[in-house]
Design a protein around this ligand. Structure first.
Ligand SMILES: [Zn+2]
Length: 286
């Protein structure tokens, strides 16, 4: 973090990239830690049945002697770890409000990771570095506050606090206010969203009032006997005036709605997601 704060004011792309790589490693470690806290079985995807059983029992008893043979296999990466994508999905499912708040950041992390071979051409490196830094500090604070990480695992410095609570939010408010007046002059590296119609919702652009696209996700909630379908908007892109609103906070600053009731499309949603609902009637006859 010290190197990140020291390098913030210069324009050295190599330093930005080094900082980004460091944040990516930390974030992957945190995601694995969260999964492991839930159950070690989740982190190692292809464990033997015997080993799974030993771990499941140790969850209850709190102690586990790792057989030497298995330990060696683990060290040799014999077992595959949970992928970054799976780890993020697990975290999002465990903490839904965080999903709404941080989804564009995880999308950016994945995009950055996939483009790592072509770093030279990666534009906006300082902006990406700030966003990954925000994600890292926000995750650390959240996991410590929730008791998932031990309190002494990381102590935010004054500079960290200053960045997380003042600089980054102020920078964001300023950019959005300017972008609403003159969108083309204030671009941001936009997160890549999966191509799925349930991730997109059309809505009026707060700058030019044309139809813009909101990106986010659709989720189902059960309240009593009724099911509700909701679209949660995380980002906005307007192809008419080029306005980009990057995350939930930017949507709020621009006064843009971010939660939409889609309950009238519930049947369609269930139809699109029927693979997840076991239905014996559709099984092929033997
Ligand atoms: Zn617009």
């Amino acid at each position: 973090m010290e190197a990140f704060h020291a390098g913030r004011n210069n324009n050295n792309q190599e330093q930005h990239t080094a900082a980004c790589d460091c944040f990516v490693r930390t974030l992957k470690g945190l995601i694995n830690y969260v999964a492991c806290q839930k159950s070690p079985l989740l982190v190692f995807g292809n464990l033997t049945v015997e080993w799974r059983l030993a771990m499941a029992q140790s969850d209850l008893k709190g102690n586990l002697t790792v057989p030497r043979e298995e330990e060696l296999k683990m060290q040799a990466n014999h077992y595959s770890y949970i992928t970054l994508d799976e780890g993020i999905r697990l975290f999002e499912n465990m903490h839904p409000p965080k999903k709404h708040e941080l989804k564009p950041y995880w999308q950016l992390l994945k995009t950055y990771q996939n483009q790592s071979k072509d770093r030279q051409n990666f534009q906006h490196s300082a902006t990406i570095r700030d966003k990954l830094s925000f994600l890292t500090l926000d995750m650390l604070t959240f996991l410590i506050d929730e008791g998932i990480l031990p309190p002494n695992s990381y102590q935010l410095t004054d500079q960290d606090q200053q960045f997380l609570r003042n600089e980054y939010p102020e920078q964001r408010v300023k950019r959005v206010e300017q972008a609403l007046q003159n969108p083309e002059k204030y671009p941001v590296p936009f997160p890549v969203w999966p191509r799925d119609s349930w991730n997109i919702y059309h809505h009026q652009c707060p700058s030019c009032h044309s139809q813009a696209q909101l990106y986010g996700f659709t989720g189902i909630e059960v309240e009593g006997k009724q099911d509700f379908l909701t679209f949660y908007a995380c980002s906005l892109a307007c192809e008419h005036c080029q306005l980009r609103l990057w995350d939930l906070s930017e949507l709020l600053i621009a006064g843009c709605a971010n939660v939409f009731d889609l309950s009238h499309q519930l049947d369609q949603w269930l139809n699109d997601h029927r693979l997840f609902i076991p239905d014996n009637s559709t099984m092929p006859a033997k």
